[in-house]
Design a protein around this ligand. Sequence first.
Ligand code: FAD
Ligand code: DHB
Length: 389
Amino acid sequence: METQVVIIGGGPSGLLLSQLLHVRGISSIVLERKTKSYVLSRIRAGVLERGLLALMQEAGVSDRMEAEGYPHDGTLISYGDEIFRIDFPEHTGHSVMVYGQTEVTRDLYKAREEAGGLIEFEVDDVQIHGADTDDASVSYTVGGETRRISCDFIAGCDGFHGVSRQAIPLDVRREYEKVYPFGWLGVLSETPPVAHELIYSTSQRGFALCSMRNENLSRYYIQCSLSDKPSDWTDTAFWEELKRRIPEKYAEALVTGPTIEKSIAPLRSFVTEPMRWGRLFLCGDAAHIVPPTGAKGLNTAASDVHYLYNGLRQFYESGDTSGIDGYSAKALARVWKAERFSWWFSSLLHRYPDQSEFDIKMQVAELEFLRTNASAQKAMAENYVGLPY
Ligand code: FAD
Ligand code: DHB
């Protein structure tokens, strides 16, 4: 088989890239290790930046998002008895959109299927060959049969545990990592959200986030111990702990109910450099992870897709290689800023096991500064709505 771009990974990065390339007449084949229903069962990000919205529009897949998504003009931040709001349009002229990653992925699968795009599911043993030569290809097995696709380029969109990053030799690759000493326990429940906007809350008991998917679907998270398992937390225990970590007014208004999903994610900051090796380009979680505080994971994956898609388009339209040559440096410059914001926002809002009284005073002072200082709010809002591409 032959195609212009082999895309390893059928998560949001891989599908978005494939659909954008298709719109420009560039062929691709997507290789996905899991089934479509498995990919769609993963509950992940919920807040989309304007850059991702624009890419969805360009890919021709924004209709449902525009009809069913919820534009948000601000967010609430609480600590102790204090609660304040940061207004996004006031500080930046932009908003964000609440629309789940699951829905983004569903819309992209639909578009790829309608366009007759080839997605191979349940592939195994994906191997990259000749990425540093003019004879690149990808082999894999599916249903017991081994196949090989020759291609011009390979996009490694296979997430943190994928094979693409590992294909870059160790003497070329450099990795930077910070592991946080806690996780997030997240639940989904068919209950109305406690507030119209998200609440990022910190308390003596740790961090909590009140988010949502729609008027009758809420997403809540609490900071938890890394040794906790979802089964350690009954629904009642979760709701009681959440109530203890948010302002009383919201705890009283919280509508609880049975949870329909419960999972724990560890928190990590991770970046690999470079993001290109020969004909192989890394995109999204394959190259970097941010802690979820601030919802930058999916959005940073989207900015990689933007740079790679435009570089490939430029190459196929005019033979100009400057976009693909500059891909790694451009993508990384934005990635590191998203890393900084997610690290800062995580550090501001979580309780750390080794935190001193002084450290806690510093967190409160920083929160006070953010509550009362317009410049600090503007900096936060600019990062939250997404830095320009
Ligand atoms: P992924 O979504 O990981 O997709 C990669 C795809 O590649 C997967 O479908 C995988 O099955 C496939 N794959 C892997 N290995 C191979 C292989 N060898 N061959 C073929 N296919 C392969 N971000 C937020 O902004 N907010 C959140 O609340 C949030 N919660 C998260 C919770 C969890 C548990 C995780 C893991 C991430 C979360 N994120 C969140 C981050 C966000 O979901 C990711 O940044 C986003 O999914 C990145 O998209 P991606 O397509 O790059 O990678
Ligand atoms: C969600 C997740 C986040 O990490 C975040 O900062 C905001 C919202 C969510 O899943 O809704």
